[in-house]
Design a protein around this ligand. Sequence first.
Ligand code: NAD
Length: 260
Amino acid sequence: MLKGKGALITGSLGGIGWAIAQALAQKGCNVMLNGFGDAQLVDQQVKTLTDIGVDAGYHGADLSAPDQIADMVDTTERRFGSIDIVVNNAVTRHYAHIEDVPVEKWDYALAVNLSAPFHIIRRPIAAMKRRQWGRYINIASNYGLAGTTRRADYCSTKHGLVGLTKVVALEGLPHFITCNAICPGATLTPNMHKLLAERKAATGDSDEDNIRNYLAGRQPSRRFIEPHRIGALAAFLCSDDAADITGTPITIDGGWIANS
Ligand code: NAD
């Protein structure tokens, strides 16, 4: 049922976006990748997808630039014939107490984490309405539902993304277009490896203690979310069986929000 659908996934050269790209390609979707990365990585990821047997491409749009977003959406539509699935996954983060967040970092986070999804959602929606089918998935976070310290940009934009999800879901209802937010907890991605390495350097914990202590007080399951499980959830949300799931922030967080 997803065979031949055109999917645009932002920030998808690695981490969660890449897991979603593979999951959708395995269901037969053609996939446009996006995100910062060198030519070798781009070639490798595109080849991995085309080896699955789908069409795949890459657009290097900087999501803080609306004109580049417009070009990415139009290029994807031309290449695949349609954009049927959009996954807003890219993110920028700046960890600091609010008085230490530079204004330009705040503006950049608004642009990449919230305005980019707005631009990417609104451009192909008229065509989705004509086709009477569409799937939007916004990758939010447990921090789209709860607050924490030192993440003003992240929490604010993720909460905003959950709000945007609800509006798009309601507007899409008459046209069989769904829009949901996936809210992961701590997930083992390159960004998390970096965070763990910084924590280890600061605390001197062993690898095992470092992971245990990081997850303690956060994720009750005491284990990281595997990116491929988020990929599987995204693929399910694109399926016909998920046609009535819309406007929902769906946690995949090892009990984090249940415990907060
Ligand atoms: P990541 O940091 O590994 O990847 C983010 C991607 O966004 C990268 O590919 C980067 O190139 C891209 N990006 C950043 N700025 C961009 C810009 N201006 N233009 C184009 N691309 C840009 O992310 P991840 O850890 O895999 O997380 C993916 C999503 O999941 C994010 O939305 C994140 O908030 C969410 N999430 C992650 C976790 C986690 O523990 N990793 C937890 C909750 C939510």
